[in-house]
Design a protein around this ligand. Structure first.
Ligand SMILES: [Fe+2]
Ligand SMILES: [Fe+2]
Length: 348
């Protein structure tokens, strides 16, 4: 590492926007980010955050000689429904499950902002090795906050949640009065009781501070969601860009591509901080030491199994439920459903 490379940043710096020539507007809504002089999209809060993530990663591999965690997108299968099934639903006059899916994605993005509630400080007490100049040390000083603002918006600027809703409304128009959004979200598992007890089970030794486990678990779960979401972006961009299929002259797909660009620093800082934690020695509350690799592995395997198994199945069932719900409202619903399944990539 060159000694001049900056690895200490203030919260203000990590939240600072790079200059833009023009703001991003989505369906008349002012969003975060914008465009530079050449019309290229610039993600929000990346002036220092992006070079910081790169510098921390480089510094880590130089100090520890270990590569950064890399999770291939192929770990997860493609989106359900697939692109052909999505096109088929719109062409068959059953766009509601897709409207529901875009609403669901926006809602999940908004919930992702909860990561900013962690606000960790004094994390050095958990690790033997110095954490100065690391992503770990900046999690509670700008990184979680920037992430939360990107997902849910901040002050006058809309974030991913509203960008997905805007993409939906651009593609399908806002006149969908027959869709009760609240009822749809409830059918898809978003309600007052959803998500309760997610952290009830301890996976790490009892003397590892509970808050540290909660934080590392959430970071791993969010990392998996962020990476698998690239399938969702690819999927949504494929059919939202079809100007013969949906309205908006490709605007909805462009919005999704901006959201996709914004996610790269999320994956970057989470993977970097988790790598730094993996390669350090952890300290239990009584002073007992643990290999970070062992701690991260335990959480990693548990959450990866959920992500590839139960969680995926739950989402699939929720989406399929919407498809069936709306197809049944059509006189030829059974035929539409049969053809929908025939276009599927996986067994029904
Ligand atoms: Fe997002
Ligand atoms: Fe994200």
């Amino acid at each position: 590492m060159s000694v001049t490379e900056q690895v200490e940043f203030t919260e203000e710096e990590l939240l600072a926007d790079a200059p833009v020539a023009e703001p991003l507007l989505a369906g008349g809504v002012r969003c975060h980010g914008g465009f530079d002089d050449e019309g290229r999209y610039v993600s929000p809060r990346t002036k220092h955050r992006v070079p910081a993530i790169e510098a921390w990663g480089k510094r880590h591999t130089e100090l520890f000689g270990k590569p950064l965690i890399d999770v291939p997108i192929d770990t997860w299968g493609e989106h359900f429904p697939n692109v052909e099934q999505a096109r088929f639903l719109v062409r068959s006059g059953v766009p509601e499950p897709l409207i529901a899916t875009l609403t669901r994605i926006g809602t999940v993005e908004g919930l992702g902002a909860n990561i900013r509630l962690l606000k960790p400080s004094g994390l050095q007490r958990h690790f033997v090795e110095d954490i100065r100049g690391t992503a770990i040390d900046h999690l509670g000083r700008g990184l979680f906050e920037a992430h939360g603002r990107d997902e849910a918006g901040w002050e006058a600027e809309a974030g991913h949640k509203d960008m997905w809703f805007a993409a939906r409304d651009i593609a399908f128009g806002t006149e969908s009065p027959h869709i009760d959004i609240e009822a749809m979200l409830a059918r898809m598992g978003f309600g007052p009781r959803s998500g309760a007890g997610a952290f009830a089970e301890r996976l790490l030794p009892a003397d590892i501070e509970h808050e540290l486990e909660v934080m590392a678990s959430l970071m791993i779960r969010v990392l998996f969601i962020e990476i698998s979401a690239f399938h969702t972006f690819r999927w949504a961009e494929a059919w939202l860009s079809d100007t013969e299929l949906v309205a908006g002259e490709g605007e909805a797909a462009r919005l999704v591509s901006y959201i996709r660009a914004d996610e790269t620093p999320h994956v970057g800082y989470l993977a970097t901080a988790l790598t730094e934690m993996r390669d350090r020695t952890w300290i239990g509350e009584g002073g007992k030491r643990y290999e970070g690799a062992d701690m991260i592995d335990r959480l990693w395997h548990h959450h990866l199994a959920l992500s590839l198994g139960d969680n995926r199945e739950q989402t699939r069932r929720a989406v399929l439920g919407e498809v069936e719900h709306w197809c049944r409202k059509r006189p030829n619903g059974d035929d539409i459903l049969a053809e929908f399944h025939a276009l599927g990539s996986e067994a029904a």
